[in-house]
Design a protein around this ligand. Structure first.
Ligand code: AMP
Length: 223
């Protein structure tokens, strides 16, 4: 969890690239529907363009379908889900149905000024969706994705315009902050200071989940 620009997507991808996890990123799933021009993509776009959340029912249905395709022994990193208390309650139900357990919730904490800076110069790889901040983490070769070699396009996200960024931060405060309390009550929340280099933050992530890593078999290990 974390506000837009807190680095959660980048860190989730690092975790996946380091092995042992698959990623379920609702923002990426919506953008994929958008590219494929599905009905869900068209519906999602009308909300995304305004910086609003896609309705819970639609989002949960998509996550349910996606989880259904992931083997029960597979470790999953959720990125950008749940974003509302209703989604968090729905996720509790989805996991209980599958006799699965939420091991930890990581909250990336970054001061508001830094978020605005980061969101200002964002760029995305058109192929693998890796996100870059042109201000703090540009690709090593200009315009070329470090991860897959695809084209990196500045302000590829319509929802990174200044008005929409402001609205996304507001919506985060209104709708997602209460989710933090939901997980604090469950005793699964872990705070990750999100400032510093990407590698420094990733080291904090690893340190925060050493118990998870040792108590769940990584993906690919014998069942
Ligand atoms: P993200 O890439 O995670 O920043 O998501 C981009 C946009 O997709 C958000 O601003 C929302 O409009 C939509 N979105 C992503 N995840 C969710 C979610 N869990 N619930 C509702 N809308 C979402």
């Amino acid at each position: 969890m974390g506000a837009p620009g807190s680095g959660k997507g980048t860190q989730a991808r690092l975790l996946v690239d380091s092995g042992g996890y698959v990623q379920l990123a609702t923002g990426d799933l919506f953008r994929d529907h958008l590219r494929r021009k599905t009905d869900l993509g068209t519906l999602a776009q009308s909300f995304m363009d305004r910086g609003e959340y896609v309705p819970d029912e639609v989002t949960v249905k998509m996550v349910r379908a996606c989880l259904g395709e992931i083997g029960s022994g597979t470790r999953v990193v959720f990125d950008g889900f749940p974003r509302t208390v209703a989604q968090a309650i729905a996720l509790d139900g989805l996991l209980a149905e599958r006799r699965r357990r939420l091991a930890a919730v990581l909250l990336f904490e970054v001061p508001r000024e830094r978020l605005l800076e980061r969101l200002g110069g964002r760029a995305t790889c058109s192929d693998c969706q890796q996100m870059y901040s042109l201000a703090i983490r540009p690709p090593k070769r200009e315009g070329v994705c470090d991860r897959c070699g695809g084209p990196v396009v500045a302000t590829a996200r319509a929802d990174d315009s200044p008005d929409v960024v402001g609205r996304r931060l507001e919506v985060y405060d209104e709708q997602t902050r209460p989710v933090v309390e939901h997980y604090e009550r469950q005793g699964v929340l872990r705070h990750i200071p999100g400032e510093g280099s990407i590698d420094e933050v990733f080291a904090r992530v690893r340190a925060a989940i050493t118990d998870v890593d040792s108590s769940f078999p990584p993906n690919g290990a014998a069942a």
